[in-house]
Unconditional design. Structure first.
Length: 283
């Protein structure tokens, strides 16, 4: 699929790690066209290559063949136009909440914003994620959910063309996760960012996305199905629980993951593998 009007395009992306007999073909023929302001989720079984796709878009990995075009430019290195939020918050531990955002803002806007404008911008982005009350705290003094909030504020403050979220809520408890998802829904309705998010959570994918991209199992994983989520925004998790379209979308993704792309091999392999105690007895 090539779409010349798309903001972000992945064309025939292949990725092979290593070479010779140890070559590991991870991705094959990934084609995806994302519109400006679209929120896309990537979902698929563990190890299929979701982070590899995201890292190629981030410019942290080079595709073996094929490529990525963002806003008419080829991506071949990391850049401030693509901000990444990882599952394990990557805040600098010796800097406060405010300073963690400041470091990115100063780097990007030193030439274009005055010191007062930069300060106002840092405060505005921390307010957006409800962190104004903890500006002077160190990462070690705040919870995991708060750290993710600061990571999101830092990414938003960079005003990237694309926000890349690699399981941003993966390490959080269910309630904190729901809170942060709601904040992302609100921020998204305010700012209309272009977002690519990796998730393992079917509800999260449906709740947040305009389209859910489902990946087949590896090796040589590719896009198996793309599901448009035709639900009006802003979305409300409680109202959606009873919604027919919402439940239909959930069902489609569950069917893809657990019927069409069911992971049978590892289970069979695990059964075939003798238990540790058995191995010890045989030794
Ligand atoms: N830098 C690397 N060098 C070598 N192999 C890699 C590298 N990064 C990823 N892989 C391999 O690529 C495959 C896909 O990994 P990837 O992390 O992209 O999957 P994933 O779908 O994001 O997994 P998960 O859901 O468990 O995070 C795995 O077999 C992994 O071992």
């Amino acid at each position: 699929m090539s779409n010349t009007n798309a903001y972000l395009t992945l064309s025939q992306v292949d990725m092979v790690f290593g070479n010779g007999p140890s070559a590991n073909p991870v991705l094959s023929g990934i084609d995806l066209a994302i519109q400006r302001g679209e929120f896309i989720s990537l979902i698929g079984h563990s190890g299929c290559g979701k982070s590899t796709v995201l890292n190629i878009v981030a410019g942290l990995l080079r595709a073996t063949s094929g490529g990525v075009i963002l806003d008419n430019r080829e991506v071949n290195a990391p850049g401030p136009d693509r901000a990444v939020v990882f599952q394990n918050h990557s805040l600098l531990p010796w800097l406060t909440v405010y300073q963690n955002v400041e470091i990115a803002v100063d780097k990007i806007f030193r030439e274009t914003k005055t010191a007062a404008e930069r300060k106002e911008w840092i405060l505005r982005n921390l307010e957006m994620v409800s962190m104004s009350h903890a500006l002077n705290r160190l990462p070690s003094e705040i919870s995991g959910g708060m750290k993710q909030r600061v990571g999101i504020a830092r990414a938003l403050a960079m005003e990237p063309k694309v926000l890349l979220l690699d399981e941003p809520f993966g390490a959080l408890d269910a309630l904190t996760r729901a809170h942060l998802q709601d904040e992302v829904i609100r921020i998204q309705s305010e700012l209309g960012n272009t977002v690519m998010m990796i998730t393992h959570d079917v509800d999260e994918a449906v709740l947040l996305s305009d389209r859910v991209v489902m990946m087949t199992n590896g090796p040589s994983a590719t896009i198996g199905q793309i599901l448009p989520i035709d639900l009006p925004r802003p979305r409300n998790r409680i109202q959606l629980a009873e919604d027919r379209t919402y439940n239909h979308c959930r069902q489609e993704i569950l069917t893809f993951l657990y019927e069409k792309q069911r992971k049978v091999e590892p289970i069979a392999a695990a059964r075939a593998r003798p238990a540790a105690a058995e191995v010890a007895l045989r030794a």
